[in-house]
Design a protein around this ligand. Structure first.
Ligand code: NAD
Length: 325
């Protein structure tokens, strides 16, 4: 076999499908190391030497890991977000980083919509109570006629907009890089959106600019009794400030699929009745896993065999590093 390839993403490793045979049939010796939790930098540093390519989930691939990557040519991210990979250091070492845009858009959009309905009608709380013999009816809210604010208006944000505009919501969206128009959506300034939305849903990439975008100050500016949903990345929200806003009743509820620390052991948010946590299942549908797996495998092999690939996320950094040397 010509290429040594490591895969850590759990559903990539554990789901049978053409992604595995595609790599094995094309000169890849595939080491499947499915991990229950994303690997720490220390764990990944120990594994990575000797591999030509890696298919990573949400593992911490920082500069110290990349220094141990003695043969690595490609990091194929199994998913969209690349916030766990040091793109600049990868480029300085000539390592190409790819991702799988569009493969899990519908899955995350559908989870977001489900969480919004679950918050509005208190579904987890009443379902749990009913199981333990309580027949208490909680008054909920209809989404019809309310205002939804989307922060981040890329692939997932737009799919959420489509679905909730059809539910009769007014949809506002903030995204400094979005250009164009989408039927039924009003592009808004961030401040105006924060102040007027009944429900705010986060769909921005995690970058230095969006880190703690939902700060204590912005939470204070949200409408009394409003809701926050985060199916993007944990770092977008000041979790301590969110805890205070939920505890005081400033916010009526919140739901998150992504946390700063995963799993969120001892996170006080998990003790609040008006908080719903899901274990980063945004992309965990059969359809999304099949699409992500196949695209991650194709991206990896394209780079290893020198083929052009449209999903390289650090091309500008690679070009700059090449010019420098
Ligand atoms: P995308 O790249 O299509 O959209 C991200 C959007 O964020 C872009 O439109 C970009 O312009 C916008 N953005 C960047 N900086 C911003 C800022 N300062 N303020 C507001 N918006 C800003 O990606 P996507 O497929 O829509 O995914 C969105 C995010 O969802 C990803 O970055 C990823 O972190 C997260 N995600 C989570 C799961 C999950 O399992 N929960 C799965 C897939 C993606």
């Amino acid at each position: 076999m010509k290429f040594r390839v490591l895969a850590t993403a759990r559903s990539f490793c554990n789901t049978p499908g053409p992604h595995l045979s595609y790599l094995r049939d094309n000169d890849c010796q595939l080491d499947l190391r499915a991990q229950a939790q994303p690997l720490s930098a220390t764990q990944l540093s120990q594994l990575i030497p000797g591999y030509d390519g890696v298919i990573l989930g949400l593992d911490d691939c920082n500069s110290s890991v990349l220094k141990q990557a003695d043969k690595l040519k490609v990091i194929s991210r199994y998913g969209v977000g690349v916030d766990k990979v040091d793109l600049a250091v990868a480029a300085s070492r000539g390592i190409v980083v790819t991702n799988t845009p569009g493969t899990n858009t519908i899955a995350v959009a559908e989870l977001t919509v489900a969480l919004i309905y679950a918050l509005a009608r208190n579904i987890p709380q009443v379902a749990n109570a009913a199981r333990s013999g309580s027949w208490q009816r909680e008054l909920g809210w209809e989404l019809f006629g309310k205002t939804l604010g989307l922060i981040g208006f890329g692939a997932i944000g737009q799919e959420v907009a489509l679905r909730l505009a059809a539910s009769g919501m007014t949809v506002l969206a903030y995204d400094p890089y979005f250009q164009g128009e989408v039927n039924g959506v009003q592009i808004s300034a961030l401040q105006a959106l924060i102040k007027s939305a009944n429900i705010i849903s986060l769909h921005a990439a995690l970058t230095p600019d969006t880190h703690k975008l939902i700060s204590r100050e912005r939470l204070a500016q949200m409408k009394d009794g409003s809701y926050l949903i985060n199916t993007a990345r944990g770092g977008l929200v000041d979790e301590e400030a969110l805890f205070d806003a939920l505890k005081s009743g400033k916010l009526a509820g919140a739901a998150m699929d992504a946390f700063v620390q995963e799993p969120p052991i001892d996170n006080p948010l998990l003790r609040l009745d008006n908080f719903i946590a899901t274990p980063h299942i945004g992309a965990t549908t059969r359809e999304a896993v099949a699409r992500m797996s196949l695209l991650a495998a194709h991206n990896l092999l394209d780079v290893l065999t020198g083929k052009a690939n449209p999903h390289i996320v650090n091309q500008a950094l690679l070009n700059a590093a090449k010019e420098k040397s």
